[in-house]
Design a protein around this ligand. Structure first.
Ligand code: FE2
Length: 249
């Protein structure tokens, strides 16, 4: 999917922190919908998990991938391992998970998926932790968990020389990738054109571009020819989460 656009127009300024909360499912989750491609169901949400949350308690799988960046708090899906603030994961379609979902302290996460997360229940899971079904075949692979702080920042040829990225995952077939972009304080220049549609969420700091000030909680999208946030300066530096769609399959 090379051209997905999840807002009405490129560089539309979505202030995530001002969006209304909507109930998500029947177990107390809420979301702020940042962007959605209604043709494909591809959606990016800010998901709130309340303190003391318990999921359905039955392992399941989805036909859509689920990609998560934990902003606050913690949550367990198998009753044992906790995903905590500052981790990233990418779970392809057809991976059984959710044996025992709960969160004692609550959590806030950016969650992206390429379709509806319809639950296909697995009452007798073959393994006590998440595992792929035989048909699971996502070229991006299964990133069970990456600690953001453990990913060394590197220069990237697609981005300005002064920027660094922390690469989280990549699809070698389509070229789609997910990374954190680190913009140094005092940067001035020209935002990169990534040659594929993209989405971006500001995690920290501010960026100037397109006559806007992009701030933490802000989200927008672009097409293959839209420079990333149309950024041209950052007084205090910034940290962004960037998802690209790739140009291949
Ligand atoms: Fe799930």
């Amino acid at each position: 999917m090379a051209g997905s656009l999840k807002l009405a127009r490129p560089l539309e300024h979505v202030r995530g922190n001002d969006l209304p909360w909507e109930m998500l499912g029947t177990h107390g989750l809420k979301r702020r919908k940042l962007g959605e491609d209604v043709q494909t169901g591809h959606v990016t949400n800010l998901v709130y998990i309340p303190k003391g949350w318990r999921g359905g308690g039955v392992a399941h799988f989805h036909a859509a991938f689920e990609e998560v960046y934990m902003l606050e708090g913690s949550v367990t899906l198998d009753g044992n391992h906790y995903f905590r603030e500052g981790v990233y994961f990418y779970r392809p379609a057809d991976v059984v998970h959710g044996h025992d979902e709960r969160s004692e302290e609550g959590a806030l996460a950016l969650v992206r998926s390429d379709g509806l997360l319809v639950l296909n229940l697995v009452h007798e899971p073959e393994q006590p932790v998440e595992y792929p079904l035989p048909g699971s075949a996502d070229p991006r692979g299964h990133v069970f968990e990456t600690r953001v702080a453990d990913v060394a920042p590197v220069a990237d040829p697609a981005l300005p020389a002064e920027w660094r990225i922390r690469p989280f995952s990549q699809d070698p077939v389509s070229g789609a990738r997910t990374f954190e972009a680190l913009v140094p304080a005092g940067w001035q220049g020209k935002a990169p054109v990534l040659a594929s549609a993209w989405e971006a969420y500001v995690l920290e700091g501010t960026l100037e571009g397109a006559g806007e000030i992009w701030q933490p909680g802000d989200y927008t999208v672009g097409l293959a020819d839209t420079p990333l946030l149309a950024a041209n300066a950052s007084a205090q530096g910034a940290r962004l989460l960037v998802w690209t769609f790739g140009t291949g399959a």
